[in-house]
Structures are given as C-alpha cells and as structure tokens.
Design a protein around this ligand. Structure first.
Ligand code: MRU
Length: 314
C-alpha cells in the first residue's frame, strides 16, 4: 500500500501501528512523507514541517513518544535546503535509537529474572510495539537469550485483545512458552500459578513515576501488591514526561463505544446502552517496584531517580 501522511495518521488512529515507541517512529516517517507529497507544489520549509507535525500530533493523545518524536522532527534544519534528506536522516535515527534502547532495556531488565520465573504481562509491549525487540517483552527475550527458562501469562487485553493477538503471537513465534488468560483471570493466576513478576510497558510516565499504560494495568498493579508480587514498568526515557508533576495530568484517550459493544466481531451489548471505553489508565507510582529504562532501573522515590535519568539523557 502506498502511504502518505494521511495514511500514517489513519494507521496510528486505528491502531494498525500502535505501542508508544512504534507510534513515534511511524510519525517521524510520516513527516518525511508529508514533505515528499508536496514536492513540485510547495518548496519545503520549517513551516511545512511544522504543519505536518501538528497534523500527526492529533492522531492519538496519550503516548508521549508521539510528541517526543514530532518535536525531534520539528527541530530538524536543512541548511542546504534538502529537507527530505534531513528529515529522513532524523527519522532513521529515531528508529535506530529505538532498536538500541529496546536492547538495553532488555539487558537491564533481564537481571531481575531467574530461570523458572513466571512473568505476567498486559497488552503488547514487544517487537510489535517498537522498532526493536520491545520493552516489557525485551526483558523476557533477553533473559531467554541468557539461557533462563521463562514462562509468560499474557492478559488478552480487552477490548482490542493486543495481549492475545500480538503478545501471544510474537512470544510463541519466538519459542517462549506463553499462556493467554482473560483479563479477569489475573488475580487467580497470581495466587495459584506462581507469578514471580508483573512487567508492563508504558505510554507516558509523569515526574513522580505515575505511569499511563493500557487500560487494566492499574488493576494489575493493585493485585500484584496484594499478592506480594513485584510490579515493574519497562519503558524508554522517551516515554518520560517530566513536565507533568503527576499522572492525573496525563491525557487519557477515550475510544469508540463500538470497540466494546462489538468487541468480538458482533454485538455483545444491548443497543443504546452507555459505554465507557478509556484506552489507558494510570498506575500510581506507589505500586511500581521499579521502572526499567535503557539507562538502568529507576527506583522510588521517582521524583529523584527519574530526574537523574533525564540528566543522563542530556
Ligand atoms: O492502544 P495501544 O495498543 O497503542 O496501547 C499500547 C500500550 O499500552 C503499550 O503497553 C505501551 O504503548 C508500551 S509499548 C512498548
């Protein structure tokens, strides 16, 4: 399929490309396409780049990686006027950096896992959500590559089933034993199946460590606390939004009612019934044991550890 900026916007909106880092990478290439499609009609300049970035920024509100990547694209300059080449080089850097960042998240996180461990995860924070091997799943892949035997429970992740459609697909393809559970089975699995660790991704992490991720993550974190199971978030530092003091300030996307009323392909809720379909929730920092980043594992108090990480980035 030929892809122009509009198609990239649509792909992000309807989740053909989803997962915070992948959204950022796709948007970066979307900016290149935006400039290319104007060729012959309009001389590219910073104003055009800004217009395209502003447009792509309206696709989804929660994952800060989208805005982070678009800010990088906005900051590109083309002293010799070759905007296409300059923007393409930046998009390629964003993609390549994400691959390396995923690898490093895996390396740091793998230290938390021992052979025989059972990991519970939610949504998809794997290769299908990034340009590399993922964030939460990178930890699993890295541990397995070190020769550790790891098994995974994947929440199916209603309403769109990223856990069962994506996480279970990519783990089983990689030979990692995975069991899909309905979201409401997580408590029983934690109590009865020896879950060692919960690891999820994140879409935006506030300065105090509150972390937005796929709806249902907050509940899992509470369940993990109740069962004495460590709860880790794995995310690149591009997911940090230190401009927000706490998670209550993170914009939470609400999606179409149809995803819930017709979630499994046919109507499952009565016509006319009210539907509430937030795509994300915010896990308060007090439930998070550690945040696994490419620069190491941040521990509470996150106000201090995340600021320190941000300084490492500068
Ligand atoms: O709505 P989605 O599928 O884009 O939600 C994705 C998630 O919540 C992921 O866990 C998050 O983006 C981290 S991906 C490495």
């Amino acid at each position: 399929m030929e892809c122009r900026t509009k198609e990239v916007w649509d792909a992000i909106k309807r989740l053909a490309v989803r997962g915070a880092p992948a959204i950022g990478v796709a948007a970066a290439y979307g900016v290149v396409l935006g400039v290319m499609q104007e060729e012959g009609r309009r001389r590219p300049d910073a104003a055009l780049v800004k217009e395209v970035c502003d447009y792509l920024a309206t696709s989804r509100p929660t994952a800060v990686n989208l805005f982070w990547a678009l800010n990088r694209m906005r900051a590109v300059s083309a002293p010799r006027g070759d905007w296409k080449a300059a923007l393409l080089a930046e998009a390629r850097s964003i993609e390549a950096e994400d691959q390396e960042v995923c690898r490093r998240i895996g390396q740091h996180g793998a230290k938390l896992l021992s052979s025989g461990d059972v990991v519970l995860t939610h949504c998809n924070a794997g290769a299908l959500a990034t340009a590399g091997m993922g964030t939460a799943l990178a930890v699993v892949y890295a541990a397995v590559a070190e020769g550790k035997q790891i098994t995974v429970y994947a929440d199916e992740t209603r309403p769109l089933l990223q856990g069962s459609r994506l996480t279970a697909w990519e783990l089983s393809r990689s030979g990692v034993p995975v069991t899909v559970i309905c979201d409401n089975v997580a408590a029983s699995v934690m109590r009865d199946k020896g879950v060692s660790l919960v690891i999820t991704g994140a879409d935006r992490i506030a300065a105090n460590g509150d972390a937005a991720n796929k709806i249902g993550t907050y509940g899992l974190a509470i369940l993990a606390r109740e069962h004495g199971i460590p709860f880790y978030v794995a995310a690149p530092t591009s997911t940090l939004d230190l401009s927000l003091a706490h998670g209550g300030l993170i914009p939470i996307e609400e999606r179409e009612a149809l995803e819930v009323s017709h979630g499994l392909g046919r109507r499952t809720a009565p016509p006319g019934v009210a539907i509430y379909n937030p795509a994300f929730d915010v896990t308060p920092a007090r439930y998070i044991t550690g945040i696994i980043t490419e620069h190491g594992i941040a521990a509470p108090p996150y106000e201090v550890s995340l600021r320190r990480l941000a300084q490492t980035m500068c």
